[in-house]
Design a binder for this molecule. Sequence first.
Ligand code: C2E
Ligand code: MG
Ligand code: MG
Ligand code: MG
Length: 285
Amino acid sequence: YDAKRSGTGSAQYDHARHGDGGSQLALVEELHLALAAGQLVLHHQPQVRVSTREVVGVEALVRWQHPQRGLIGPAEFLATAEAHGLMGALTDQVLAAAVEQLALWRSQGLALRMSVNLSASNLLDAGLPARVAALLEAHAVPAEDLTLEVTETVLLSDTARSRAVVADLRALGVGISIDDFGTGYCSLAYLRELPVTELKLDRSFTADLVSDPRTEAIVGSTLDLAHRLGLRVVAEGVEDERTLARLCALGCDDSQGYLHSVPLPAAELTAWLSRGPSSRSPALR
Ligand code: C2E
Ligand code: MG
Ligand code: MG
Ligand code: MG
């Protein structure tokens, strides 16, 4: 099973096919069609409690099931969607699919939380919190089961407006996570002022944790800081047992990465969950 390839999930978008400007336009048109035809799908990557190996939740990651090109990863189309005003519609579809899946898992007795990524334009949309509230209510999913991830850079785009949207979302009871923490421009003032519930330690820190003492010092201090603020910390990109052991020694709460599983379609994730902790990792790697 080639974890690295299916983890990024992407066939390359064929930019050469139309020449440069043409391919952008073709991509935008195709994205419109993809949204209308329901070609966007979610894969789910488990989040595993470091101390107990219990699966506590998943992150929903969007992919484009393209009729000709197969599965296309988000790096190939998210920037275009954002630049051409399609991110609102995309996020609405992602959120609807995510909450439906949460409701389905609940009905199967699976208590999982789910994290969904938001983009910059989503945080300028003052109507988003009400739509999230309506979705949760329609599917009888508790707000606590949903976490919305924003990057540090996203929070900079229009701070007053995006802060108001983040505050409204948090007021619903959904969790707020800072994604890729440590790589952007997040000042300590943000941690003081924003109603954040979780930090996701960027994969670059996870990757260097075992080999670089300076990285370990930064990760250790970040964990202390986060815990003193009452925040949960999820390490992204955990690929090996040594890294997980070091995260455990440092007191990191949760972990996500190819060590546990690549992002999987919901049905495959359900099957993976039912195999039990001891047989999970070998089956995937
Ligand atoms: P992210 O939110 O930081 O998600 C983590 C990315 O790291 C995912 O890539 C995941 O497949 C990959 N990953 C997971 N474990 C490992 C590992 O152990 N090693 C390595 N090298 N990579 C790992 P993916 O799915 O290609 O998504 C890329 C980015 O696209 C995401 O980064 C997120 O910023 C964005 N994205 C994905 N889905 C959505 C969505 O529904 N909405 C929005 N707005 N953005 C999304
Ligand atoms: Mg994320
Ligand atoms: Mg991330
Ligand atoms: Mg990242």
